[in-house]
Design a protein around this ligand. Structure first.
Ligand code: SF4
Ligand code: SF4
Length: 198
């Protein structure tokens, strides 16, 4: 029988600590660019992203389980609507642009449990690989306008943060690492699937 991947309190603390350091790294760059989301005409919570770690999925569920059942139910209903609309868009070979089921009145209803991609989107960032090659992420459209033609642009380096996330993931999966399906889920799918199982 499949069992839940229960995040131990220590594991949950570790991911919370890592998430808060991601936030600090983001804020530092945002401050240097004098960039905030205030007054943005867009809401990037409608961006289509797939997420790849069981530990983030598990920690999202730690947050969902803290909500009152009726609140969780309405999130699940929105997730079902999202998943159906997403499937239609993908069938039309379009990139879905749908509001995340966790977004309520423009705000993230599980802010402390939002995933790494949600924490990185906005300011410029980079990911340096062990071979020295770097992938650059320019930031959201609004940040790109602010950055304009600047020569030296501060950015968040994701590599060490991602390495830590992978280390926590490996610890969670233990011997099952490599035996479980490779994860590729939207937040809606993570909600609809229930907590991750082994
Ligand atoms: S989890 Fe929160 S921050 Fe991330 S897309 Fe959904 S509403 Fe936005
Ligand atoms: S990250 Fe950029 S696009 Fe998203 S809400 Fe903030 S300013 Fe707007």
């Amino acid at each position: 029988m499949m069992a839940f991947f229960e995040l131990s309190p220590i594991m949950a603390e570790r991911i919370a600590d890592l998430y808060s350091r991601m936030e600090k790294a983001y804020d530092l760059v945002a401050r240097r660019l004098d960039f905030t989301c205030d007054g943005c005409p867009d809401n990037c919570c409608d961006s289509y992203f797939l997420h790849h770690t069981y530990v983030e999925w598990g920690y999202l569920w730690v947050g969902l389980m803290e909500l009152a059942p009726e609140r969780r139910k309405s999130i699940e209903n929105r997730a079902a609507e999202y998943a159906a609309a997403c499937e239609k868009a993908l069938a039309r070979e379009e990139r879905p642009q749908l509001m995340c089921p966790l977004n309520e009145e423009g705000r993230c209803s599980l802010y402390l449990h939002r995933l790494m991609i949600c924490r990185m989107h906005g300011v410029p960032s980079s990911l340096t690989f062990p071979n020295g090659q770097t992938k650059k992420f320019p930031g959201c459209f609004r940040c790109q306008e602010i950055v304009g033609g600047r020569q030296a642009v501060p950015s968040v380096e994701r590599a060490s943060l991602l390495r830590e996330l992978v280390a926590i993931e490996q610890e969670l999966l233990g011997e099952q690492q490599g035996q479980l399906p490779k994860l590729k889920k939207t937040i809606a799918e993570m909600i609809l699937s229930g907590p991750p199982r082994r």
